[in-house]
Design a protein around this ligand. Structure first.
Ligand code: AKG
Length: 247
């Protein structure tokens, strides 16, 4: 696969879509592994690794460190297209893919994700990091697609405040002017992927349909990146406070 056009799009917009990276067979393998995690492993996961919808406590909103829960997820960190694309984006042949997450939006009860930048949580310097979203289901205008504000990856990390939403604990103080930085709904078919930069402002709406909208996200950063440890400690304390409040 040629990555040049995708990298150009990503650098200009802060996100880019690649269609049809996973075929039905590959998605089927991941789907079966996901089923095991949702039904057998998640109920035993510690707080902070799995979050449930508040309005429907059976439905998983997000899960982290999926690579610890089966080869289907671990192998995503070696996937030639995902790895090749990441290395092309950051021009860094030595970099690896970091971790795999899950973002569910259950039929009808899947709730919104407030506007934020991933880097507010991650504290990456320089901001050479991104998430690779893998669509397990179609994401459509009605089921809460990932929505990125074009061009916001160049704005630096903007002020956030507590959102009171478990799993997405921070919300942007002020959303960048949408006339200058328009919202783009990332509508995907199963097997499509989207990359978005760690500083790209994004959010997603609730799922208003009778079908789930599930996606995986692979996080990665270049070998030049360091995490600002004092900022990270501050951000982790804010999450811990939210957990204590919701105990
Ligand atoms: O649409 C969602 O579920 C939120 C995903 C998200 O915030 C991310 O992939 O960084």
């Amino acid at each position: 696969m040629q990555f040049r056009d995708i990298v150009d799009r990503y650098q200009e917009d802060g996100f880019a879509i690649v269609r049809g990276v996973f075929d039905a067979e590959a998605l089927g393998t991941i789907d079966s592994a996901l089923d095991v995690v949702v039904h057998e492993i998640a109920p035993k996961m510690p707080k902070g690794e799995v979050y449930y919808e508040e309005a429907d406590t059976q439905s998983i909103k997000s899960m982290f460190r999926m690579e610890d829960h089966g080869e289907a997820f671990l192998s995503l960190l070696r996937h030639p297209v995902l790895l090749g694309l990441a290395r092309a984006v950051f021009d860094d042949p030595a970099m690896d893919l970091g971790t795999v997450m899950y973002f569910g939006k259950a039929a009808r009860s899947g709730s919104l994700t407030p506007p934020h930048q991933d880097n507010f949580y991650q504290c990456f310097e320089p901001p050479e990091a991104m998430r690779i979203t893998i669509a397990m289901d179609a994401s459509t205008a009605d089921n809460g697609p990932l929505t990125c504000q074009r061009g916001t990856h160049l704005l630096g990390v903007l002020p956030h405040r507590p959102s009171d939403v478990l799993g997405f604990s921070q919300v942007l103080d002020q959303v960048p002017d949408p006339t200058r930085y328009p919202d783009v709904e990332i509508c995907l078919e199963p097997g499509d992927i989207c990359i978005h930069a760690t500083n790209t402002v994004h959010h997603s709406g609730p799922n208003r349909t009778d079908h789930p909208r599930r996606q995986l996200a692979v996080e990665c950063s270049s070998t030049r990146v360091r995490q600002n440890q004092s900022l990270l400690a501050e951000r982790r304390e804010a999450v811990a406070r939210l957990h204590r409040k919701h105990q």
